[in-house]
Design a protein around this ligand. Sequence first.
Ligand SMILES: [Zn+2]
Length: 218
Amino acid sequence: MGDEASSSASSAGGAARWWRPARRVLLFLILGAIVNVAVAWGYSGIMSYWCPVIGVFDTANHEQRAWWVKNAPSEAGLIAEGLSECWNRGAKVDWLYSFDESPTTVYAKRAMAGWPAFALQGSCWMTNGGKRVANRNAMMVGERVIPALPIWPGFAINAIFYAVVLWMLVAGPRSLNRKRRRMRGLCANCAYDLRGTPSGVCPECGEPVEPAAPPRSS
Ligand SMILES: [Zn+2]
């Protein structure tokens, strides 16, 4: 009985040791994901729709064809004929449209956004006459398409990227602070004065005491 109790207590301690850093990693990943979405939406919001490139829809482009067939609402024609692209550093919008310019003809704005990788996608469909037909995983703010469906693995790559950046912003000053305390003879963790304390652990917080860097002879 006693053995059982002590082993379950020690395994609970192990779980706590494992959970603390895991919880911190999770927190930074969530913050990284939030920054990722903010950056993607920011780039979508500043998109200029003065599109310099106007091309002909490549009917041999299977990816674009498949995308159109999968997403086009019933009001849209069978396949697009024209293609324009707008982009900035962190967002890209393809206009897929028909050469039939009648006001009821449907065209699509297909958006991808995110930096360093594309992380969100979505599309808005409307008629030449300005009537909105459908939004697919996207919101329209003015004429801008704000995509909302994650693209994998881009979303995860960006979330990890921003988590690491945030981690460095937090951990960098922290490790500098610990180093400064250690050099002044204080506990790196709680700043308790360790001068006159035999080396071992900090009596205040239990932090193992690392020997201070030897004074430089200049
Ligand atoms: Zn301490």
